[in-house]
Write a protein that binds this ligand. Structure first.
Ligand SMILES: [Zn+2]
Length: 194
């Protein structure tokens, strides 16, 4: 289910272009103090993607105000990274979703496919089942879903709501864009652990 697409470097190039757009839009606004935003990316070393992941995945786009005394950070939402998690956002969604449903994939298989150990996969399941439903984001966003999404089916129910075919890039973009508010500071009041 869906995992071939996540082995494809062009899928990650596509998500990169979405993040570049989000960064460009965010940068059009000045800092609230009136200062200009300068690029000040965060270094990242994401896991779970293909070996030929584009080089731009070595950092997350971020900006910093250029005024002395302010220097406030502004980090745009992202469809690539999920908060501070080391693994790529789409991987954190997909692996947890593949553990659910009528024929859940074995942990050993997922571990091999996505280079994630058993404990990491277990943490992602706890994140979706226990932490994510408590976020202010989800408490508002869940109203968009008719019928109501049962939290015990997260994130599989979200994946199925957005992604309709095995090669549905637009669906993935829409899903990750939907989740992107939780990727910014202030988007999560619960810890997004690694
Ligand atoms: Zn400023």
């Amino acid at each position: 289910m869906y995992h071939d697409l996540l082995r494809d470097a062009s899928f990650w190039s596509f998500l990169l272009s979405v993040d570049e757009d989000l960064a460009r839009i965010a940068r059009q606004n000045a800092c609230p103090c009136g200062g200009r935003l300068h690029r000040a990316n965060y270094p990242r070393n994401p896991r779970g993607g293909p070996a030929d992941l584009p080089g731009e995945y070595r950092y997350r786009f971020s900006f910093c105000c250029d005024r002395d005394g302010c220097r406030k950070r502004m980090t745009p939402p992202s469809v690539r990274f999920l908060g501070r998690k080391v693994y790529l956002g789409a991987v954190v969604v997909l692996v947890a979703a593949m553990r659910q449903g009528p024929s859940p994939r074995r942990v050993s298989e997922l571990s091999r496919l996505f280079d994630a150990d058993r404990r990491t996969i277990a943490r992602w399941q706890v994140f979706w089942r226990e932490h994510f439903p408590q976020t202010p984001f989800w408490k508002v966003a869940r109203a968009r879903f008719v019928p109501v999404v049962d939290v015990t089916t997260l994130p599989r129910s979200l994946l199925e709501a957005f992604v309709h075919r095995h090669d549905d890039r637009e669906g993935w973009r829409n899903l990750l864009r939907f989740l992107s508010p939780i990727t910014t500071a202030g988007g999560l009041t619960v810890e997004v652990s690694r």
